[in-house]
Design a protein. Structure first.
Length: 263
C-alpha cells in the first residue's frame, strides 16, 4: 500500500470518527455527582434515564431540561441538568389551562388531544429558534405516545407576560398557557442558549421538592356539613309542609296581592 493511500485512509477514518454524533455515545454522567444534593441527584437520575431511551436521536446531550409539573407553578420547577458542569439551574414555567381548570397553580392531568389546551407528558426534542405568534420560540417534537401530537398542536417553548416574576408576585401563581412551556423573558433567553438545538426536554409530574422530598397537591378538607334549621311552629292549622309553601302576604292586609315568586 502506498503511503499516500494509507494517509487518505487514515484521514477518512478520522473524519468518520469526528462525524459520529454525540447522541450515539454513551449517555453522560454528572461531572461532580458527589457534590449534588438529594434533589439534584434525583433530577440527574431522571435525565440520565431519558437519555438512555432517547439520546440516540439527540444532536446534543450536554444539557437536559426537566419540567416537573408535580410542583405548583409558584415554584421554580423547570430544571436545566448540565452534565458537563454537574449543576442544576431551576426556573419558573407555566402549564396548560386545560390541565388546571381551577387555576389554582397545580397541574391535575396531562393530555395530548388537540384543542385540549393541556400540557403533555413525555420526552421532547428541541429544534432551532423561529419567530411565531409569541415571538422567538423553540419548536418541539414529541418522542413518546403521550406527546406525539406536539408538532401538530404547535406545542413550543416561548416567553409570556403571565410567566414574569411580577405576575407571580401579584397573583401568587403563574398564568396558564395553551399547553406550551411558557417562561418569563429573562429565563426564556437562557432556555434559548441552553436547550435549543437538538437537546432533550422531559415533562412529568415528578414532584421533587427543594430538599428532595416528594411533593403532592394538598388535599382540601371537605366542607363542613350544614345543619338544617328547624322551622318554627306556626299557630295556623295544617301540616308543616303546607305552611312552609304558603304565599307570603303583608301583615294586616289580607286583601293585598301575592308577591309572585316568593314562597
Amino acid at each position: 500500500m502506498k503511503r499516500r493511500d494509507l494517509l487518505k485512509g487514515t484521514l477518512a477514518m478520522g473524519a468518520a470518527g469526528l462525524a459520529v454524533p454525540t447522541a450515539l455515545r454513551a449517555a453522560p454522567i454528572p461531572a461532580q455527582p458527589m457534590s449534588l444534593n438529594l434533589r439534584d441527584r434525583k433530577l440527574f437520575a431522571v435525565a440520565h434515564e431519558q437519555l438512555q431511551k432517547h439520546g440516540h436521536r439527540m444532536w446534543l446531550t450536554d444539557i437536559v431540561g426537566i419540567a416537573d409539573y408535580g410542583l405548583r407553578s409558584s415554584e421554580p420547577r423547570f430544571h436545566f441538568c448540565n452534565f458537563e458542569t454537574g449543576t442544576v439551574e431551576s426556573f419558573h414555567v407555566s402549564h396548560g389551562s386545560g390541565s388546571d381548570p381551577e387555576h389554582d397553580g397545580w397541574l391535575d392531568w396531562f393530555s395530548d388531544v388537540p384543542e385540549s389546551n393541556c400540557s403533555s407528558k413525555g420526552a421532547f426534542m428541541t429544534f432551532g429558534w423561529y419567530t411565531g405568534r409569541y415571538g422567538t420560540s423553540i419548536r418541539l417534537e414529541g418522542l413518546d405516545s403521550t406527546n406525539a401530537n406536539a408538532l401538530s398542536r404547535a406545542i413550543v417553548m416561548h416567553r409570556a407576560s403571565y410567566a414574569e416574576p411580577s405576575f407571580l408576585a401579584r397573583w401568587g401563581r403563574l398564568g396558564r398557557s395553551n399547553g406550551c412551556f411558557a417562561m418569563g423573558d429573562a429565563d426564556f433567553k437562557l432556555a434559548l442558549l441552553h436547550l435549543a438545538g437538538g437537546r432533550l426536554l422531559y415533562s412529568d409530574k415528578l414532584g421533587i421538592g427543594p430538599d428532595g422530598q416528594h411533593v403532592e397537591k394538598p388535599v382540601e378538607p371537605p366542607p363542613e356539613p350544614v345543619t338544617p334549621q328547624t322551622p318554627q311552629q306556626a299557630p295556623q292549622q295544617g301540616s308543616q309542609s303546607q305552611m312552609d309553601l304558603r304565599p307570603l302576604m303583608p301583615e294586616g292586609d289580607p286583601k293585598a296581592q301575592l308577591n309572585p315568586g316568593v314562597y
